[in-house]
Design a protein around this ligand. Structure first.
Ligand code: UDX
Length: 465
């Protein structure tokens, strides 16, 4: 039988591209063919970062609808989001229709199915309309998906929207399985009324709609593991046609994933880490989207320096408002007195695996959380937006593998939490125990590995019809 062929279509952002490329690598390991859809803008950037195709993997692209010279700044995704939602359906229909013509196969088998980002609901609709089965992939945690799924009920009960000025530490009791530990602040921040207008954030309605839309897909796939989110997965399953938990995907594939970075990684920090003692370095990265103020930058810097530990800090050039990154990097170097290393972008998974790293100060984006968990590194979480709040709560209160800074950004808190994460034997033991569990999930016979095999069978069935 000809190999199955899956088209993978992520939201055009680093965190989404990473986990879906890791998924693609898993499909390639299983002998399948993959067509990976980038936007034209990202394909140009990814190629600069040597994203190379292989005989069973090819990259195609579609326009994102924005002018070539649009900054596509991560601090404001509104333009990109609007443009994708308005021009995306027609552009995707054209791309998919051409992929279905017999002339387009280029040696690839006929398309078995589309695996679309759950935040691109139009891709699910377009694929099904063109007769291609569609699967949905959510790059965020299952617990955050369950929170969005629960929003209509929370609204009915008057728990959402959260009033301006409300105590964010108050419990929220109506997300199933999380009754004992969830607080208002752990819900996506779009659940909070906005001070300036006192309106409900329109983003909330959109995201709740996208979440419900996943029901239309033949199955919903999560980059998570049963030992992390068994309860959330069980509560989601009855609402979807099928659910697969197959992560952490970055650790699944035997072969390295094709280059995934839209930024150029600074490998020099690995040699710097080689020169540091075991578990002596704090690794700091707030992911690909967070934008912080100069004040927050200063609080982080003072807290890190105050902790007394060496640190490696990812300071993206677009991260601190309009500030010049060279000036900021110099400031870090001076304050760190030889114990600090700053990079624009790090090879994060290698960094976290390095023996010198003692803890990870993170925004608790789902990929970063999974990468830290897999390596058994204690996390200090400073959630920035969306799903990161609930991930941070799970780290602090459910898995006990790190500390939840909430949204506090004060030097004394940074300093205190970094010290605790570096020095607490209990946190390290819990982090390592969870890492072992997750590694068992992805090893042969483990829950994620078994689910992955089930998914491959599921996909191959499409090819038979
Ligand atoms: C955001 C959300 O927070 C996340 O939960 C959601 O699923 C996707 O959108 P982002 O800010 O990109 O994601 O964070 P995260 O999910 O942690 O992904 C960042 C990725 O970039 C990770 O895979 C990380 O390894 C990588 N990275 C980060 C690097 O390779 N180098 C760096 O220096 C920093």
């Amino acid at each position: 039988m000809a190999s199955a062929h899956v088209q993978v279509f992520p939201w055009p952002l680093q965190g989404h591209i990473n986990s879906m490329l890791h998924f693609a690598a898993g499909l390639l390991d299983a002998g399948l063919h993959v067509t990976f859809v980038h936007t034209e803008h990202n394909l140009r950037r990814a190629h600069r970062a040597e994203a190379v195709a292989t005989p069973r993997l090819r990259f195609v692209s579609l326009p994102d609808g924005l002018p070539v010279d649009h900054p596509r700044s991560v601090g404001d995704l509104t333009d990109l989001s609007k443009s994708l939602m308005t021009t995306g359906p027609a552009a995707y229909r054209a791309l998919l229709a051409s992929a279905l013509s017999p002339a387009a196969d280029g040696g690839f088998p006929a398309l078995s199915c589309v695996l679309a980002d759950g935040l691109l609901p139009f891709a699910i609709d377009v694929a099904e309309e063109l007769g291609v089965p569609a699967l949905a992939f959510r790059t965020a945690s299952a617990c955050s998906f369950l929170a969005y799924l629960s929003v209509p009920r929370l609204v009915e009960l008057g728990e959402v929207p959260i009033p301006v000025g409300a105590d964010l530490d108050e419990p929220v009791r109506s997300v199933p399985g999380m009754e004992d530990f969830l607080r208002r602040r752990d819900l996506p921040n779009s659940c909070r009324r906005r001070a300036e207008t006192d309106d409900v954030d329109p983003l909330l309605q959109i995201l709740v709609g996208y979440t419900a839309h996943s029901r239309k897909a033949r199955a919903l796939i999560f980059n998570t593991a049963a030992s992390l989110e068994r309860s959330a997965l069980a509560h989601i399953a009855p609402h979807m046609r099928d659910v697969f938990a197959i992560g952490p995907l970055h650790a699944v594939s035997a072969a390295p994933a094709p280059a995934t970075s839209l930024w150029r990684e600074d490998d020099g920090c690995m040699a710097w880490l080689d020169g540091q003692a075991d578990r002596s370095v704090v690794y700091v990265s707030l992911g690909s989207l967070a934008v912080i103020s100069l004040e927050q930058f200063t609080e982080f810097l003072s807290g890190l320096v105050g902790s007394g530990y060496a640190f490696l800090w990812v300071l993206r050039p677009d991260m601190v408002g309009a500030s010049q990154s060279a000036v900021l990097q110099e400031a870090v170097g001076a304050a760190g007195k030889g114990k600090a290393r700053v990079v624009d972008w790090a090879p994060q998974r290698d960094v976290l695996r390095h023996r010198a790293v003692g803890c990870f100060l993170t925004h608790a984006g789902w990929n970063s959380t999974l990468e830290g968990i897999t390596e058994g590194v204690p996390l200090v979480c400073w959630p920035f937006f969306a799903d990161q709040h609930i991930n941070s709560r799970f780290v602090g209160a459910v898995w006990g593998t790190g500390l939840d800074m909430k949204d506090v950004c004060e030097r004394a808190v940074v300093e205190g939490m970094v010290r605790r994460a570096m020095e607490s034997g209990q946190l390290r033991m819990s982090a390592q125990a969870l890492s072992q569990k997750v590694r068992r999930d992805i090893a042969e016979g483990g829950s994620s590995a078994t689910e992955f095999q089930r998914l491959i069978g599921f996909i191959k069935e499409f090819g038979k019809n």
